[in-house]
Design a protein around this ligand. Structure first.
Ligand code: FES
Ligand SMILES: [Fe+2]
Length: 410
């Protein structure tokens, strides 16, 4: 049986600059904001342990620089955006949107102080409703144009929620076929039955699991292909996007919902999610589009020793009730595993093959980066980036289709 060692776990979970995983993850673009939310005021964010401020410059372009003012460390999110950049509210230092210090009030006019300061700044781009950041070395790779970000269709991009847990356990949840029936079976009938067959494959972009379950009626099966793309994007069909499009024409783009587990720091992560339906005559409108932030956000409660007593004013109600939403169920479970899972104490099953594949894939790609190469999924060729059609399937299939799939898998 495969088991991750304590040392490997340490490597896989730490995300700061200079750590092996931190360096690998910095080779990719990460969604860190929602385009529509960023207006004239700057905002404070944290990505992979780095405190940053996100703002729109005078030209309307997103910019990302270090949050701590180089003068005396005030947070620049309290500052004001001006024609040339952002001005610290405390003593008025001015920064360009590339992080260059342009003015240093308090210094004589001929001061060279500003030229000696290297303030952090990172490239930002917008696509599919998100703002993305790239925090790795130059040359900057292309922002991958996955179809769920770039294709024509209906799209809803959200900050789904936050976890008080490491990014990796959240990422692993996205490629975990076994949990779906047990954790979500109460509200998601298509996955409530135990899988009949599950198998795993490596892809050009990462890993896929394929699963066949008994369907809603005799002679019908539910078939899902659920992908994980580097650096950890979970992408698959589900009832929210596939309804009405669950037997799409073969040339139609997959209706998928994709999720990033963005590392905020070692012990916190943010779920960013996009729901995508291709322009299709079969597809019904996205139900999620009409929901408010409060309705789609998953804010997990924490299980803690004697937790029920801590806020009780009378006799406490012992035990916990998980909210009935797929995202909420995942979020509560992820935080319950502890901030960083002690993987050396796991006992993995055959159905956990994807955990082994994923962790080995990360360790291998860490070595690629150490050797100076581009890891899996980094795109530099414009021609290959017109549109990257990402997989993800959720379909009701017949016994014949099932037979064909199983023959192909064998
Ligand atoms: S702390 Fe920002 S100008 Fe002084
Ligand atoms: Fe889940």
């Amino acid at each position: 049986m495969y088991r991750t060692t304590k040392k490997e776990n340490e490597i896989l979970t730490r995300v700061s600059a200079g750590t092996p995983m931190g360096e690998l993850l910095r080779r990719y673009w990460w969604p860190i904001g929602i385009s529509a939310h960023l207006k004239e005021r700057p905002t404070y964010i944290r990505v992979m342990g780095e405190d940053l401020v996100l703002f729109r410059d005078a030209a309307g372009k997103p910019a990302i620089i270090g949050a701590r003012c180089a003068h005396r460390r005030a947070n620049l999110c309290l500052g004001d955006v001006e024609k040339d950049g952002i001005r610290c509210r405390y003593h008025g230092w001015l920064y360009g949107n590339d992080g260059r210090v342009l003015q240093t009030p308090g210094e004589p006019p001929d001061s060279k102080l500003k030229d000696t300061i290297k303030h952090p700044s990172y490239p930002a781009q917008e696509l599919g409703g998100f703002i993305f950041v790239y925090m790795g070395p130059k040359p900057v790779p292309l922002l991958p144009r996955y179809h769920f970000l770039a294709a024509e269709g209906e799209r809803h991009s959200i900050v789904q929620g936050f976890g008080k847990c490491n990014w990796l356990q959240a990422t692993e949840n996205g490629i975990d076929p076994l949990h779906a029936g047990f954790l979500h079976g109460d509200i998601w009938d298509a996955v409530s039955a135990e899988p009949e067959t599950t198998w795993f494959e490596e892809t050009d972009l990462g890993i896929v699991y394929k699963v066949i379950r008994p369907g809603r009626k005799p002679g019908e099966y539910n078939y899902r292909e659920h992908h994980l793309f580097m650096p950890g994007i979970s992408s698959g069909g589900d009832a929210s996007v596939s309804e009405g499009a669950d037997n799409p024409p073969p040339d139609e783009l997959p209706a998928v919902t994709a999720r990033w587990s963005v590392p905020v720091d070692d012990t916190r992560m943010m779920h960013m999610r996009v729901f995508f339906k291709p322009a299709s005559k079969n597809a019904k409108p996205l139900q999620f589009k009409t929901l408010s932030l409060a309705q789609t956000r998953t804010s997990p409660f924490q299980v803690e020793p004697y937790g029920e007593y801590q806020n009780a004013t009378g006799a406490p109600t012992l035990g916990y009730t998980i909210p009935k939403s797929i995202g909420g169920e995942d979020a509560v479970m992820l935080d319950s595993m502890g901030t960083i899972v002690d993987r050396e104490n796991e006992n993995l099953t055959v159905a956990d093959e994807s955990m082994e594949m994923l962790r080995k894939m990360y360790l291998k790609q860490i070595e690629v980066v150490k050797q100076g190469g581009d890891p899996l999924g980094v795109v530099r060729d414009e021609n290959k980036n017109q549109m990257i059609i990402a997989g993800g399937l959720y379909r009701w299939i017949s016994p014949d289709e099932r037979k064909q799939l199983l023959e192909k898998a064998a």
